[in-house]
Design a protein around this ligand. Structure first.
Ligand code: ATP
Ligand code: MG
Length: 199
């Protein structure tokens, strides 16, 4: 073996030992809270990827979509029809008009009541709260209440929350946080939302 080949072999052996030891130390199983935030594309689609993975094990999933301006999306058309999925669209009543703030708060609170139902159902292995962050950002839901309800969920239930500008209390209690950075998006080059990619 050449010198550089031997060096490479040593480096890889060291790396394998470090990775193996880290894997051996991760010996817990519990329900995780994941927060996917940031301005880049990929938050909701990542959450739906985890829905597909979970369904692949024959496990049950609840999805609550808090902001949605259309119902004919690929995710709802496909995942929403799977037998192990409960799919709730909870944002149809939002106006984003400050003159209707009271109505928006009422819609948000009705939506959260449904989400609480999912968070108290131990048969659901995964719950996705898609675009929840906006309801907290606009003060439509009480952060402390939401965090308390999340903390009180079944011990083995995983929850994924998506949306820009996640509030600090969610970031603090999450087990996994990813902030997706916006480097470029085709929309700004004039490409409309593409089926399968964007919706
Ligand atoms: P996706 O559902 O594609 O994973 P997302 O959940 O990360 O996107 P949202 O903020 O929920 O992002 O936006 C939803 C829609 O807006 C999607 O069609 C997405 O492609 C588009 N979008 C996301 N980020 C950007 C961006 N930085 N600029 C323009 N459009 C965006
Ligand atoms: Mg999204």
């Amino acid at each position: 073996m050449s010198d550089s080949g031997e060096q490479h072999h040593k480096r890889m052996a060291h790396k394998k030992a470090v990775v193996d030891s880290a894997i051996a130390k991760a010996d817990q199983d519990r329900g995780l809270l994941l927060v996917l935030t940031g301005n880049g594309k990929g938050k909701s689609s990542s959450a739906f990827g985890m829905v597909a993975r979970t369904l692949g094990y024959g496990l049950k999933v609840g999805v609550a979509q808090f902001l949605k301006n259309r119902r004919d999306t690929g995710e709802e058309n496909f995942l929403g029809k799977q037998p192990n999925v409960q799919w709730h669209v909870l944002g149809d009543g939002f106006t984003w008009d400050t003159q209707n703030r009271d109505a928006d708060i009422a819609t948000a609170q009705r939506g959260w009541a449904v989400a609480r139902g999912l968070l108290s159902d131990a048969s659901l292995h995964l719950v996705v709260l898609d675009e929840l962050t906006y309801l907290l950002k606009y003060g439509y839901l009480d952060e402390q209440q939401v965090c308390a309800d999340l903390a009180a969920r079944p011990a083995m239930q995983h929850v994924v929350i998506t949306g820009r500008a996640a509030p600090q209390c969610l970031l603090d209690m999450a087990d996994t946080v990813s902030e997706i950075q916006d480097i470029r998006h085709a929309f700004r080059a004039g490409v409309r939302a593409q089926p399968g990619i964007d919706l």
